[in-house]
Design a protein. Sequence first.
Lengths: 529, 218
Amino acid sequence: MTKGYLCLVLHAHLPYVRHPETKAALEERWLYEALTETYIPLIRVLNGLLRDNIDFDLTISLSPTLMEMLKDPLLIERYLAHLHKSLVLADRELDRTAGDPHFHYLARVYQEHLKGIYHTFHVTYRDNLLQAFRRLMASGRVELITCSATHGYLPLIGIRSEAVEAQVALAVETFHTHIGRPLQGMWLPECGYYHGLERVLAKYGINYFFTDTHGLLFGEPRPRYGIYAPIRCPGTQVAVFGRDVESSLQVWSADEGYPGDPDYREFYRDIGYDLEWDYIKDFVHPDGFRVDTGFKYYRITGRRTNHKEPYQPDWARSKAAIHAGNFMFNREKQIEFLAAHMDRPPIVVAPYDAELFGHWWFEGPMWLDFLFRKIHFDQDTFKTITPSQYLKKYPRIQPSTPCPSSWGAEGYNDVWLEGSNDWIYRHLHQASKDLAMLARNNPNAGGVLREALNQAAREVLLAESSDWAFIMKTGTMVEYACRRTVNHLGRFRHLYTSIAKGNIHPAYLKDVQEKDNIFPDLDYRIYAK
Amino acid sequence: MSPLVLLALAVIALVMLFGYVAYRVRTQPAARKPQLHHPPGGLEPPYHLPESYGENHIVAMAKNPEWLYAYWEVTPTRQEEYSRANGPGSWEVSRPLLRVYDVTGREVVDNHALITDIPINDFAKSWYIHVGKPRGVFYIDLGRMKPDGTFITLCRSNKVQTPAREVSSVIDPEWPPIDAVWGTFRLGTAGPHGFKPGDSPSSPGPGVSSASLFNRKE
C-alpha cells in the first residue's frame, strides 16, 4: 500500500555562455561537458525507463538560459565539433593503451559512451535536445518546469519589482516557446525566496515553487507537517514545497554522501592534465593550457590519498545499485514513520542540481536509473510523484508564509551579498529602474528604437544571472564573472544613453545583438508592467 | 683531456641543458593560466561602470537574520542644498551617520521606533549593519549629525525585513503541528544531526550550489 511519496527534482542550469567573438571560449565548454556528461545521459536513462514501462515520476527544471543555448545554431555546431574531437581522441586512446588491457578496456568504454551520446544527440534528436525533453513531458512521467529568465537571484534583485516581474514573465514565455505548454511550477534560483514573491508568481499562473528546508520550517504559522506537506502562501493559491534534509545529505554530504565512494570515478584525474603535452595538446585548449577531456581512468580509491587505482566500471555499477537500494530503503523507513503520525500521505522532496549527476558524480545517472527501477519493482511503501500530481490529489493545504531563505551556505543571502560581489547591486538596481523608465516612456516603439530597447533589456537580464555573484564569491574564474557583469551593464548604459539622446548607432546595435542573441522574441515592455 | 676540451664539453653540456629546459618550458604549458578575459572587441568601447548615477537614495537589503547591507548616493546638489539650509560650512562640520529605525510590529517610522546610530565616514558608499534581530523590520536614514546633536535626514531607505532564524511560535489552531513529525528535525540540537539552516549541502562543495561546472580544483 502506498503510504507516501518521493518527489525528485533536478534543476538543470548554465548561464548563457555563448562567445561568437572567439573561437574557443573556455566557458562554452561548461555547456559541452554538461551535455555529454549530464543532459544526454539523463535523457538516455529516462528513455530507457519509458521503454521498459517503469512507473516513475520526475520533475526537471530547465533554466531559460539553458533552453536558449540548446537551440542556438552556433553552439550546436560547436558542440558537434567538440564531440567529433572527443571521438578522435577516443580512437587515439585505443591505440595508446593497446599494450595495457585494463586501460584499453576503459578507453573502449569511453568510446562506446561517446558514440552513444553522439547518436542520441545527432541521429535520434537531430541536434535538438529540447525535442527530447518535450517527448519526456508528453509521456506524462516527467514534469518540466523552469526558473527565472536568466537565473536572477530574486531576493536581491527584488528591490526593483520590475526586475523580478520581467524575470518571471520572460521565463513563462520562454518555457511556452520551447516546451509548448503552460508553466505549472517555478524553480527559484538557489531556492531564493523573499516575502511577496508569491504575488508575482501568482500573477503569471504559477502554482508552486520550492524552498530550502527552513523556508517551510520557519514559516508562519508553524506548518503542521513540517516539510512533509506543502504550504500555501496566504492570499494566493501558490503552494510551497520544502527540501528534505535527510535525502539531501545522503546524496551530497562530504562525509556521508554516496558520490565520495572509493569505487566511483575520480573527477580530478583527467588525461587532459595527466598525459604528455605533445600527445594531448590538440585536445585541450588551443591557447595552450590544459583542460578536462572527460577521459578519466581512475577511481576515487580513498578520500585522503593521492594514490589512485584504475577505475573498475563493474564495481562502480554495483555500488550505484547498492546506493540506490540504500536510498530507497531509507525513504521507505522515513515514509513509514511519517505516515504513521500524519493524517495524509507525506511527500519527501529531494531536489538536486542536475549537473552534479554525471559531471561530478559520473555514476549519478546510473544511480537514478537503478533507483527508479527498484522503487517500481522492489517495494510498495511509496511512489514517486510530481508537485502538480500531489496538488491535484491533495488540494487542501495549510496557509502559511514561508521564511525568506536560500539553499546557499548559511541558508540566506550571504553567498550573493558579501565583500566580493556586493558592488554589483547598485548597478543592477539602477539598470532595472532606468530600463523601466525607458519602457514606460516608449510604450509603442518601432524600428531601430524598438530593437535597441529589446537589446537593452537583454543586457540587463544577462547581467542579473546569479552565477556571476556566485563565481565572484567562490574565487575561481572571477575575472570572467566580473567582465560579464561589466560588459552587460556597459552595453546597457551605452544603449540607454543613445536611446535617451535619440542617436542609436545601428552598427553598434547589430554588433551587440549578435553577441547577446538570447530571447529573440523578447519584448522590452515586460519592464513596463 | 686538455682543460680546453673539458671547457668545450662543459659549454656544450650547458647549451644542451638550456635547450632542453627551454623546450620543456615551451611545451609544458600546464602552469599557464587560462586567459579568461574576453574584451568586447568589435565596435564596442571598453566599458566602465559609472561612479554615480545622480540619485539621492539609500537602498537597504537583508543579508541574513542578523545583518543588513545598505548602499547609497548623495548628489553634490543635495549637499549644496544642505549647506544653504544649514549655513556655510555646515556640511563640513557635521558628521555622516546611518540611523537605523527598528519598526518591528509597527512598520512605520514614528516616535516609538528604536533607534541605533552608526557613525560612518564621508568616503563610504555602503555599509554592513549588524541589527541582530531576526524577523525584524527596519528603515535606515542616511543623514548628518550637526555639532549641536541635531540629526538631519538626507534620504530614507526602503523597508527591509530580516528573515527568521527559528521556528515560529504562531500556531494555527486548525493546523496544530504534529510533535512526532517535528521531532525528526531535532531543532536546536547541536552536532551533525540537528537541523541548522544552510547545513545540508546542495552540492559536494562546502554548502555551495551550481558550483560543479565552474570550479576545478588545481
